[in-house]
Design a protein around this ligand. Structure first.
Ligand code: SF4
Ligand code: SF4
Length: 383
């Protein structure tokens, strides 16, 4: 394993995922928040986020996703947007739409907000609310979309695809058109964290995926030049590893609500990563010298089939978090890759097909003590 090497080609990050809080009014069963949520009392203050943004800009960051959880739950969001604007960083709000009203959006625009990504769980309001685990969340999204369009900001629709909504891809694209979005991202569920916990309920069939893929291709031709339609591949079914964040510690970094800095949002799941924190170290040291950022940087750490593979500079050996989640070893080839000696772990699931009666969604890790308002916490919505 290589540690303390310089970033590849002296690369600097250009993107920052700023997870302002893990708190969220929704309870999506595939939530990208870690199973261990940062408590609100441990969140970075406004001043600390301002400092992080200044340091990030000095490091080369030009774009930040202000995300969560639900970033609108931060009462100081406007001040954080203003801090990014002052640092010369383009801001994109990633929101469920819950809690966005005209006054709040006006204040965010005045602070310098540049664009919005809105998540939606289904094109049908009832199904959306069931998957999101919150009544009336679809109505809130519809209102939020209209407000954002009226404010003249670019709007993207984010959809995580799974067994419960893949058959509605056509309707979801129509919904995006009706809401006047500029971009629709259709991202097939990644099965680690909450997604892995709910895999039996979320795993689709090959037929569902084939139909959805065909719909996307057909729609893409029709929407060309109007709406950017992005399909994030279902790596479980395609036998190909997904490139990890453009390479580990290569182009982007994530700052978690408590100041933990990670090469990818899910890396907190790796048990021996020794993730650094902006409370203890400057961001440039973390980027260049921290063992966590150097752990899987470049290709020198690779062994097994990745070591001599011509695709290793393209997909970077796939997802480290998925490799760990499925094999217990984060340095192994991602089992999603057909060349991985662990590929059978995935084929055994995709070849047998999904269970006939999917289990109910799990919204809380067994034994965990929930904190009110956190995504992934109580109140299962049932199916
Ligand atoms: S529960 Fe909240 S944070 Fe998690 S995926 Fe849903 S909207 Fe995002
Ligand atoms: S063996 Fe490794 S580098 Fe080659 S395609 Fe598979 S994951 Fe990518």
């Amino acid at each position: 394993m290589t540690t303390h090497q310089a970033p590849v080609n002296g690369a600097r990050p250009w993107a920052l995922l700023a997870e302002l809080t893990h708190a969220c009014p929704l309870h999506c069963p595939y939530c990208s928040n870690p199973l261990e949520l940062a408590r609100r009392s441990t969140e970075l203050s406004t001043g600390q986020w301002t400092d992080v943004l200044r340091q990030a800009a000095a490091l080369g960051v030009v774009h930040t996703h202000l995300s969560g959880g639900e970033p609108l739950l931060r009462p100081d969001l406007e001040r954080i947007v203003a801090a990014a604007e002052a640092a010369g960083i383009y801001t994109q709000l990633v929101t469920s739409g819950t809690g966005l009203d005209e006054a709040r959006l006006g204040a965010l625009c005045a602070a310098g907000l540049r664009s919005v990504q809105l998540s939606v769980q289904h094109a049908d309001a009832k199904a959306n609310d069931r998957i999101a685990g919150r009544p009336s969340s679809f109505a809130a999204k519809e209102r939020a979309a209209a407000l954002v369009r009226r404010a003249g900001l670019p709007l993207g629709l984010n959809v995580v695809l799974h067994r419960d909504n893949l058959d509605a891809v056509d309707d979801l694209i129509e919904l995006g058109e009706a809401w006047g979005v500029d971009r629709i991202e259709l991202a097939n569920t990644q099965f680690y964290g909450w997604g892995l916990l709910n895999r039996a309920a979320l795993l689709p069939t090959r037929d569902q995926l084939a139909r959805a893929r065909e719909t996307v291709e057909r729609r893409r031709e029709r929407l060309a030049g109007r709406i950017d339609l992005v399909w994030v591949v279902p790596d479980y079914f395609d036998g190909v590893a997904k490139p990890c964040m453009g390479g580990w510690g290569a182009v982007s970094l994530t700052v978690a609500p408590d100041g933990t800095v990670l090469p990818c949002p899910a890396a907190a799941s790796l048990p021996d990563l020794d993730a650094p924190n902006v409370r203890d170290r400057p961001l440039d040291w973390i980027w260049e010298h921290s063992p966590a950022f150097n752990r899987f940087r470049g290709t020198g750490w690779m062994s097994g089939p990745c070591g001599g593979c011509p695709r290793r500079e393209e997909d970077f050996g796939g997802c480290r978090c998925q490799a760990y989640a499925l094999t217990g070893d984060a340095a192994r080839t991602d089992p999603a890759c057909a060349l991985s000696p662990d590929h059978h772990l995935i084929r055994s699931l995709t070849d047998t097909g999904p269970v006939q009666e999917p289990p109910p969604y799990v919204y809380r890790r067994p034994g965990a003590v929930p904190e009110p308002g956190h995504g992934g916490s109580p109140e299962p919505a049932g199916r």
